[in-house]
Ligand binder design. Structure first.
Ligand SMILES: Cc1cc2nc3c(=O)[nH]c(=O)nc-3n(C[C@H](O)[C@H](O)[C@H](O)COP(=O)(O)O)c2cc1C
Length: 227
């Protein structure tokens, strides 16, 4: 009898929770399991391009804050969030950036409304007591140099990818770049810190006249398999 009542209660509780979620989704106007519209998929992936030329349109600081508030919610291992971001906007800050860019990246970066330096903080694990408080995750890293480097690089790179998608979701275009002198950027922007540069990404509103023809991509069977 007791068992029957518990099963009954669980069934009722389950039904109520499902009802609550359905109602919540109805109020929000979407469900987490919805597939995005074709327009959204085009904006994020299918029509989005890496840009080389920029329209003279400002990217306001409030939009950069919004961009960060989106990307920070995407997952990292143990929520370690090692990426650090320097949004280079002012002419003075751009002048500090320019000498460390490869020749092909210099002019287009100077004309972009913003260039973000995505870096990784190698002392990210110091923040784990706050970011992952339910266990002593800091102790997984202390003294393990290789694990620190691997984790910082993997997760900051992911966060850089999240930045690109968040920027596109907010209507911005991106121009990611690895053509720069990392030691120069590190000395100029991260001296006396535990942060090092990962990659750069121009942000703004792209001028479509500056993009190359789309390069081919692998077919599923060339790059993936289902086991
Ligand atoms: C991490 C990364 C580094 C890149 N480095 C450069 C770069 O230094 N200079 C450049 O012109 N493009 C660079 N690109 C742009 C790529 O060449 C471009 O994203 C790729 O060819 C796909 O182009 P599409 O997005 O227009 O299809 C980089 C892209 C990524 C993601």
């Amino acid at each position: 009898m007791g068992f029957f009542r518990i099963r009954c209660d669980n069934a009722w509780a389950g039904a109520l929770v499902r009802l609550w979620f359905a109602r919540k989704n109805e109020i929000k106007g979407y469900s987490m399991s919805d597939v995005l519209s074709d327009a959204a998929l085009a904006q994020l992936f299918l029509d989005a391009r890496s840009h080389n030329a920029w329209l003279p349109k400002d990217v306001p600081d409030t939009l950069l804050t919004r961009l960060f508030d989106l990307l920070k919610m995407a997952p990292t291992s143990a929520n370690c969030s090692p990426a650090r971001f320097v949004f280079v906007k002012s002419p003075e800050a751009k002048a500090r950036l320019k000498p460390h860019l490869s020749e092909g990246n210099a002019e287009k970066t100077m004309s972009a409304p913003c260039c973000v330096i995505i870096g990784q903080d190698l002392a990210f694990y110091e923040h784990l007591p706050k970011l992952f408080p339910h266990t002593d995750s800091k102790s997984w890293f202390v003294g393990n140099e290789q694990k620190i480097r691997d984790t910082a690089f993997r997760n900051a790179t992911l966060q850089g990818g999240y930045l690109i998608l968040a920027a596109r979701a907010l209507g911005l275009d991106c121009g990611p770049m690895s053509g720069f002198d990392p030691s120069g950027i590190n000395a100029e922007f991260f001296s006396d810190t535990t942060v090092e540069a990962n990659f750069l990404c121009n942000l703004g509103y792209g001028d479509a006249s500056g993009i190359f023809e789309r390069s081919p991509r692998f077919a599923f069977e060339d790059a993936a398999r289902i086991l």
